[in-house]
Design a binder for this molecule. Structure first.
Ligand SMILES: NC(=O)C1=CN([C@@H]2O[C@H](COP(=O)(O)OP(=O)(O)OC[C@H]3O[C@@H](n4cnc5c(N)ncnc54)[C@H](OP(=O)(O)O)[C@@H]3O)[C@@H](O)[C@H]2O)C=CC1
Ligand SMILES: O=C(CO)COP(=O)(O)O
Length: 345
């Protein structure tokens, strides 16, 4: 049994706490709101985020220092926009270096940093190579019901990814390892943009053909950007790539899909975000990926179209028309060059 602190008591933090508690660990679920910690401890529910009973042995904390005392692992699972703030708070109170596993999916606009890079910048003295990312097709709602789920944990330090695999692995939560931190983080972050697109497509009344096109061509542009940033292209064929694209683009559980669906039905971004009440990571990540694509000189037409819908009030149908009328091309042209170059080395 290990002592583990899960920081972030939203849907995903709660679901991951349940996996850890099922595995016999002493789980401390930290929220930045004292009232929420009291409610969780009294009722064993976290109703705004998940409609399930939380095992009684999971204890909620609102005091960060108490929550992380003597833990061997910290699971950081706040929205990407809060990663720096929470990591900064940790920096002030950590007196040892437990294994840090993050499960957040996003890229920071402006700096274009991935989550592990932000953690590294905020926590002094922590070895970047030891940070672990957990990602994959995993709706919190299904994980909390112990439905079969598969994820990947990646770290440059193999020993750390094995520690994370051991912590979470059980009969309904199968965990693979990888050393491709860049690919695993980018796959999880960038698929949220495509999920917004899939929701928009459904909101416009388009069918399965359009969604399959978005998933497949979305994967192509994720792979283009990802490999230009140093990811292994094969990672995008795995759980945090294709797997997570399927799960978020085809499910009403996905907040990104739901937000896109409302946009497709004619609501504007402010109205959508107000209605959602939970984090929609694809919005900020679309801003970051649009900027990244320009910097890296990588073609990302779907991401660019979604950026135009989100931030420039371009009508979704106009974007669809632009996408369908782009210059004719061979399907695999740049991807085959990319794979040839990589494996010729
Ligand atoms: N839900 C899912 O199925 C999955 C989510 N993820 C990823 O996990 C991350 C978290 O998502 P999820 O749990 O779903 O999000 P939710 O919106 O469900 O919950 C976010 C939680 O973080 C808290 N929070 C927000 N800002 C801060 C802050 N500055 N300090 C401390 N806590 C803060 C929120 O508190 P408050 O209640 O006050 O707003 C809330 O408890 C995202 O990056 C998401 O992409 C990954 C896989 C699956
Ligand atoms: O990442 C997820 C499932 O793997 C959850 O996606 P949403 O944030 O769109 O709900």
């Amino acid at each position: 049994m290990k002592k583990v602190a899960v920081l972030g008591a939203g849907s995903w933090g709660t679901a991951l706490s349940i996996v850890l508690a099922d595995n016999g660990h002493d789980v401390r679920l930290w929220t930045h709101r004292e009232e929420q910690a009291n409610i969780i401890n009294e009722t064993h529910k976290n109703e705004n985020y998940l409609e399930i009973m939380i095992p009684k042995k999971i204890k909620a904390y609102s005091n960060l220092e108490e929550a992380i005392k003597d833990v061997s692992a910290i699971v950081l699972v706040v929205p990407t926009k809060a990663i720096r703030e929470v990591s900064g708070q940790l920096n002030n109170i950590l007196d040892s270096f437990p294994t840090i596993i993050h499960a957040s999916k996003g890229i920071e606009p402006g700096s274009l940093k991935r989550v592990s890079q932000m953690i590294d910048e905020e926590i002094e003295g922590y070895n970047y190579e030891d940070i672990v990312v957990l990602s994959g097709p995993s709706h919190a709602e299904e994980v909390a019901l112990r439905q079969p789920t598969t994820v990947t944990v990646a770290s440059i330090n193999e020993e750390k990814s094995k520690i994370a695999q051991e912590l979470f692995f059980n009969e309904s939560f199968r965990v693979y390892t990888s050393n491709d931190v860049i690919g695993i983080e980018l796959g999880g972050a960038l698929k949220n943009i495509i999920a917004l697109g899939a929701g928009i497509s459904d909101g416009l009344g388009y069918g399965d053909n359009a969604k399959a096109a978005l998933i497949t061509r979305g994967l192509a542009e994720i792979t283009r950007l990802g490999t230009s940033l140093g990811a292994n292209p094969l990672s995008f064929l795995g759980l945090p790539g294709v797997g997570d694209l399927i799960v978020t683009c085809t499910s009403v559980h996905s907040r990104n899909w739901r937000a896109g669906n409302l946009l497709g039905k004619g609501k504007n971004l402010d109205e959508v975000l107000e209605q959602m009440g939970m984090v929609v990571e694809g919005v900020r990540t679309a801003k970051a990926a649009y900027q990244f694509a320009k910097e890296q000189d990588v073609e990302m037409p779907i991401t660019s179209g979604i950026y135009q819908i989100l931030f420039n009030d371009v009508k979704p149908r106009e974007v669809v028309e632009q996408l369908m009328n782009r210059d004719k091309r061979e399907e695999m042209d740049d991807l085959s060059t990319l794979l040839r170059n990589r494996y010729a080395q």
